[in-house]
Design a protein around this ligand. Structure first.
Ligand code: ACM
Length: 493
């Protein structure tokens, strides 16, 4: 064997060793391998870990030094210690052995989120808590609950009980399904469970559109479109509507310690046809010199922002709200319309802080494999694991120069076609692990081949948790679970 071939073989073997050196997802900023193992005998490794406070680092930074004798975590705050523990948990094998190494790590983005739509189909707090466990394991830190929409109002508001009376009846696939919602005690429990895992829970009350449940419960605050869109919007031309909103948001603000309230703001044009003919609304537009229905929509968003600001919170909205005239400093924007990249450009140019959650690749209601039949596609495109992994580098040219405005990345699970936990998990995993790596790991550390080496460890962990997933290594082994056939494609653009 020539020396050259010997060295090539050695390099190949080393490559394999390095590639499998750690199974951690999301991959850390730097890993230096040591020799041997720490063996946790008397107690779990996470409890054996000594903690040293090391100031002058970001809140989420940690340095983990594993030697055969001890494990030491250096971190500036509890969040860093928590993330060091998540790495340890992923490193431990079934015998309690942890390979020696030094990890220096901190996230690429501050916002690493997941949204769950509990309006179209409701998922109880047990499902939510399991999602929070998985977010924690993947070092994600934001959980956005889409609590209200056309189908069901899912949060108890003491002052307006009909919201979770008639407003919480039915779901997307069964209009007669019994009422389902979170009580205020449930919300407190969820928020606390998340807090223990360094996750903020962000409530969304969608307005002025996607508010059909209000029409069912309190028609006096409601108007909208025609036919399928009847009651789609709040009634924008009466002070009583804004009082109602203030009362609702006051209860919401008190329940969620996160400094944000999401007010939706998307797709109002689907169902505001009545605005064009209602004489009082037209008079309101004239009196307030709003120009037209779009001006009225922006007025509504400004009023909602004022209420949220009065409650001491910052508004988040879907990307439509950048047109509303609210100053860029006063709100965070979720860019979702991947087919409108000019909206992202505009938001960044105007100084908005942006969370990247474009349909492709961040919507988990899109199918992930061409063989899957239920779920969304956009002009034939869908969200493969590869497309998700190449994000946000795939849009880097748009982000360059605006890095400080990009707060992070969020995956969104819309549930028109997800009616049970089995399908929910299948659509979520393993893509959540990919979005976690997109949001945490530095671009230069991301490597698709290496990720594919680590992913099987994560899939095995999902097995231990009885969590369903799509297996990209063997699609036939994980057939697509059932989902409702008849979602209205326009209900969630
Ligand atoms: C959205 O998907 N309508 C934000």
């Amino acid at each position: 064997m020539t020396t050259k071939i010997k060295y090539s073989l050695l390099a190949l073997c080393l490559g394999a060793i390095v590639a499998q050196a750690h199974p951690i997802i999301p991959t850390p900023q730097s890993v230096t391998l040591g020799k041997g193992y720490f063996v946790a005998t008397k107690q779990p490794a996470t409890e054996a870990m000594a903690v040293v406070t090391e100031k002058n680092h970001g809140e989420e930074y940690y340095r983990l030094v594993i030697t055969p004798q001890k494990i030491t975590c250096y971190a500036a705050s509890e969040a860093g210690v928590f993330y060091a523990k998540q790495s340890l948990l992923q490193l431990s094998d079934s015998l309690g052995r942890i390979p020696c190494m030094t990890i220096v790590d901190e996230p690429r983005f501050a916002w690493r989120g997941l949204m769950l739509d509990v309006s179209r189909h409701f998922f109880g707090k047990e499902v939510v808590m399991q999602q929070l466990d998985m977010l924690a394991r993947l070092k994600m830190n934001r959980y956005h609950l889409h609590l209200t929409d056309e189908t069901g109002w899912r949060i108890e508001i003491k002052q307006y009980p009909a919201l979770t009376g008639v407003g919480a009846e039915g779901n997307w696939s069964d209009r007669k399904a019994p009422r389902a919602f979170y009580t205020q005690d449930d919300i407190r429990e969820i928020v606390e469970y998340a807090r223990e895992r360094h996750i903020q829970v962000i409530p969304e009350i969608d307005m002025p559109g996607h508010a059909t449940t209000v029409y069912r419960a309190y028609p006096e605050f409601s108007t909208g479109g025609t036919g399928r869109w009847a009651g789609f919007t709040f009634y924008p031309a009466a002070e009583t509507t804004y009082t109602f909103l203030r009362n609702v948001l006051t209860e919401v603000a008190a329940l969620f310690p996160a400094p944000y309230i999401h007010i939706g703001g998307d797709e109002v044009h689907f169902g505001n046809q009545v605005w064009k003919t209602d004489p009082q609304i037209q008079q309101f537009i004239r009196d307030n010199q709003l120009g037209d229905e779009v001006g009225l929509e922006h007025y509504f968003v400004r009023r909602a922002c004022e209420i949220v600001a009065d409650l001491g919170k910052t508004v988040i909205g879907w990307d439509e709200i950048i047109e509303s005239g609210v100053p860029a400093d006063n709100m965070l924007v979720m860019w979702w319309r991947h087919d409108k990249p000019q909206i992202l450009d505009k938001a960044l140019k105007e100084g908005f802080r942006v969370i990247l959650s474009p349909r492709i690749p961040c919507y988990f209601d899109f199918v992930q494999d061409d063989s899957h039949k239920i779920g969304r596609r956009w002009g034939g495109a869908f969200n493969t694991l590869e497309v998700a992994y190449r994000f946000p580098e795939s849009i880097q040219a748009r982000l360059t120069g605006h890095e400080s405005q990009i707060l992070g990345i969020q995956a969104n699970i819309w549930t028109e076609r997800i009616a049970d936990k089995k399908r929910l998990d299948f659509m979520t995993f393993p893509r959540l692990a990919i979005i976690a790596e997109d949001a945490w790991s530095p671009a230069e550390r991301k490597n698709e081949a290496d990720f594919k080496e680590r992913l099987p460890y994560f899939l095995k962990y999902l097995d231990t948790q009885h969590i369903e997933y799509f297996n990209p290594f063997n699609p036939a082994a994980t057939p697509e679970p059932w989902g409702p056939e008849k979602a209205d494609a326009t209900a969630n653009g």
